[in-house]
Design a protein around this ligand. Structure first.
Ligand SMILES: [Zn+2]
Length: 281
């Protein structure tokens, strides 16, 4: 446990980059070897768009990283936050702390982004992808990257997270999001087993179905139990899914980098109301 703590406390930047791009490469190979959807979309253009938004996400997090460091030092100095108040040992901090970071730094902001109009206009860029694969994982508008960063910082104060826990959380978060967005056709028994604890591809893909109520389910990133607890957990046959978001189905608008960057600033589009005939359950 001490070694894990020591490693993540001083995790080299090159290792963090290796997790991000190594993870992308590994899941890219796996999903192309055992794909769920065998669509012949232009992978080069699709990957280029998503890598662009991955790099803007990295840039936002890099520029603002000093704020996270300052927050971690502050909670340590003033013994602030849940882990400090309960005097958690490293084992408790790495499990319970990771769960709380996943909730307050990922599930909660993601849920809020779906409910508050101006936040949705930033988050919708993530949902406009009509070919979800592992590169979709970090397809976030720079504005959304800032929103998520601020929630993660708030989570550090609530949780009382030390720097090593923040790095551990960010590493787990990156790997799990690449995994649960991948186009991997995982054996059903394995997906079922893993999703007792973790968000799997069969679970998260449903969140990317083009219409409500499916896009308002399965908000989780690392752990699957937040959706179970808050009643947003759904499992349906993934082969019936259609990716994208109904208000932005124009292919050019949903794939052109400039168009995507403009979306938050061109006005809110009301959600489309459906009757139950379109249900895929
Ligand atoms: Zn979403």
């Amino acid at each position: 446990m001490d070694q894990i703590e020591a490693y993540f406390a001083d995790m080299p930047t090159v290792h963090r980059a290796a997790v991000l791009f190594g993870g992308l490469a590994i899941f890219f190979i796996i999903e192309n070897t055992i794909p769920l959807f065998k669509n012949f979309y232009n992978k080069t253009t699709h990957t280029a768009t998503n890598v662009f938004f991955t790099l803007t996400t990295v840039a936002v997090n890099f520029v603002m990283a000093f704020i996270l460091v300052a927050a971690a030092l502050w909670v340590e100095k003033y013994n602030f936050g849940i882990l400090n108040w309960i005097g958690a040992d490293p084992l408790i901090a790495s499990t319970f702390g990771l769960m709380m970071m996943d909730f307050s730094g990922a599930w909660l902001p993601h849920y809020i982004e779906h409910k508050i109009k101006w936040m949705w206009q930033f988050h919708v860029i993530h949902h406009t992808d009509q070919n979800v694969d592992t590169t979709t994982a970090n397809r976030h508008h720079p504005g959304e990257s800032v929103i998520r960063f601020l929630f993660t910082t708030a989570a550090v104060f609530v949780v009382g997270a030390p720097m090593w826990l923040i790095f551990l959380y960010q590493t787990a978060s990156v790997v799990l999001t690449q995994f649960n967005h991948s186009n991997l056709n995982m054996p059903s028994f394995l997906d079922k087993l893993l999703r007792i604890v973790f968000c799997t591809p069969n679970m998260h893909r449903i969140h990317h179905h083009y219409r409500q109520p499916y896009s308002d389910t399965n908000f989780g990133n690392i752990f699957s139990f937040w959706d179970r607890i808050f009643g947003t957990f759904v499992i349906i046959d993934n082969t019936k899914l259609v990716y994208g978001v109904d208000t932005y189905m124009d292919k050019k608008e949903a794939s052109n980098i400039i168009s995507l960057l403009k979306i938050p600033f061109i006005g809110y589009r009301d959600p489309i109301v459906y009757d139950n005939e379109d249900s895929i359950e």
